[in-house]
Design a protein around this ligand. Structure first.
Ligand SMILES: Cc1cc2nc3c(=O)[nH]c(=O)nc-3n(C[C@H](O)[C@H](O)[C@@H](O)COP(=O)(O)OP(=O)(O)OC[C@H]3O[C@@H](n4cnc5c(N)ncnc54)[C@H](O)[C@@H]3O)c2cc1C
Length: 461
């Protein structure tokens, strides 16, 4: 694999080998022009783009690229392509959007198998007709492909109730780095013999295989929903009802906390200022159970400066939009830091991130899936000056130290390209710890030529 063009703005190869290999396999592709940045991956412009229309074509494409010793960048809708280091090489972008069909749907079995290029929005629409859903609610759900979401292990507020992708993926069909198609799991809920490779592919960032098909277990759509929205003077005040909720048998669907910056996108009348936070608790299920939950949750919020229950559809929709937007990585010139800490420390992590960001000169927007211990910090200064980039680097180091001290981690999920380069030189992933030699060995064995997304992942795998 050529590394000469690493981080360059131009095409990473100009040789004809890959053209010859793709043409020999009777595949369609196009060269990327010098002024075409639509497919640029973290500053590296690919030489070619193709959009295979079948699993066989994906396999033939990867095989051809591998034979030519060229790098393949899998791409869905492109909503999370900024995640990770710039690739060492990006010869061919392989778009999965041509794989957009439901392969098999059995409502009675509560399972579905879909092609990886379908959008989550299109999948949900089909399932909704049968009163069912795929229990994943990441940002950009309407436009993101299911393959990309699973490769990035994206999730949202409902992870508290349903878990994340690893809990609902039951089968994965993958084109491996040599172009061979392989399958893990299948269409029944208990079906894995040997290592559970499904778990490996989830969150592997397309570095060990191109996901072409996925099977999921499904959930019924909740019959009804209500929310309690409560304002508190500080995150510490909100921590008390959260701890009581987590110990209770109430089983809320989501427990979210937003600082003043993130709460600004809530509907009118729900915002706070200064160090105030808004706690949002969602209750889903049967009507009587919801009424009971809302009453009990409100009672737990006795320290709140304001509390209300929301049952009305339009306001619920607006609150959900705000809850999904604070972790959306797709805005331009955004730095998005994701901290993971034990759930009981979620509000402490939120307050720590908020204060540290202010001290670094930023106006933070901070939101937390507090019941899961996941905190997102959004920073969008007017311009990313050299000073702002240096402040970001120092902030990442400081908060990574904090998260590690809590037994957790920090990942930089989005940032301006300059933050990964030059003096700022931020590592978006951080130290993978003692498991890293095993990860490296896996990558070397599954992708010995470095064909798939080379250099993007943890430790530049
Ligand atoms: C070195 C390292 C250590 C980590 N340690 C922890 C930890 O101890 N605890 C923890 O909760 N989280 C940790 N993370 C964060 C990582 O986000 C989780 O492991 C992740 O798998 C679970 O978070 P999530 O479900 O919210 O996924 P998300 O945050 O939505 O996804 C991020 C994870 O998915 C993968 N990924 C990211 N972007 C893409 C993409 N575009 N395509 C394919 N894959 C992608 C990566 O594997 C990354 O780890 C760590 C990440 C790294 C890199």
């Amino acid at each position: 694999m050529s590394e000469t063009e690493s981080g360059s703005a131009g095409p990473s190869t100009t040789t004809g080998e890959i053209e010859a290999a793709l043409s020999a396999a009777d595949l369609e592709w196009r060269a990327v022009g010098a002024d075409d940045d639509a497919f640029t991956v973290a500053g590296v412009r690919p030489a070619y783009v193709c959009a295979p229309a079948s699993v066989d074509e994906v396999a033939a494409t990867v095989k051809a690229a591998s034979a030519a010793g060229r790098a393949v960048i899998p791409r869905g809708a492109g909503t999370r392509m900024s995640l990770g280091f710039p690739p060492r090489a990006a010869d061919l972008v392989l778009q999965t959007t041509g794989l957009n069909e439901i392969v098999e749907y059995e409502p009675a079995d509560l399972t579905v198998t879909v092609q990886a290029g379908m959008t989550l929005g299109a999948i949900q629409e089909r399932l909704r007709a049968e009163g069912q859903m795929l229990a994943l609610d990441p940002p950009a759900a309407e436009t993101a492909t299911i393959g990309g979401l699973i490769a990035a292990n994206a999730s949202g507020p409902l992870r508290l109730m349903y878990g994340t992708a690893r809990d609902i993926v039951i089968g994965t069909r993958v084109v491996n780095a040599d172009g061979i198609v392989s399958k893990a799991g299948g269409r029944v809920v208990k079906n894995v013999a040997g290592y559970d490779l499904n778990k490996l592919y989830v969150g592997s960032l397309g570095t060990v295989g191109v996901i072409v098909e996925l099977s999921f277990k499904l959930h019924p759509l909740p019959a009804n929903e209500g929310m309690v929205v409560a304002a508190f003077k500080t995150a510490a005040d909100a921590a008390k009802p959260i701890a009581a909720l987590m110990r209770s048998p109430l089983g809320p669907a989501a427990i979210e906390v937003l600082d003043a910056g993130a709460a600004a996108s809530l509907p009118d009348g729900l915002a706070v200022d200064g160090d105030g936070v808004v706690l949002v608790v969602s209750a889903q299920g049967f009507e009587k159970a919801i009424q009971r939950q809302l009453r009990d949750i409100q009672a737990l919020c006795d320290q709140a400066t304001g509390v209300q229950s929301i049952r009305e559809g339009e306001t619920l929709t607006s609150v959900w939009a705000a809850l999904r937007s604070y972790s959306d990585p797709s805005a331009a010139d955004l730095a998005l830091l994701k901290l993971a800490v034990p759930p009981a420390r979620g509000t402490v992590a939120l307050a720590t991130a908020h204060t540290a960001a202010q001290e670094a000169g930023f106006m933070p927007q901070t939101g937390a899936h507090a019941g899961s211990g996941v905190v997102y910090l959004r920073l969008q200064p007017d311009t990313w000056t050299t000073g702002a980039l240096a402040n970001l680097a120092a902030l990442v180091t400081r908060l990574r130290g904090f998260a590690r001290g809590e037994g957790g981690s920090l990942v930089l999920e989005a940032c301006p390209l300059a933050a990964l380069q030059g003096e700022a030189g931020i590592d978006p992933w951080g130290d993978a710890g003692s498991g890293f030699p095993v990860m490296r060995s896996l990558k070397e064995n599954l992708d010995p030529k470095g064909t798939l997304n080379p250099g993007r992942f943890v430790g530049r795998l």
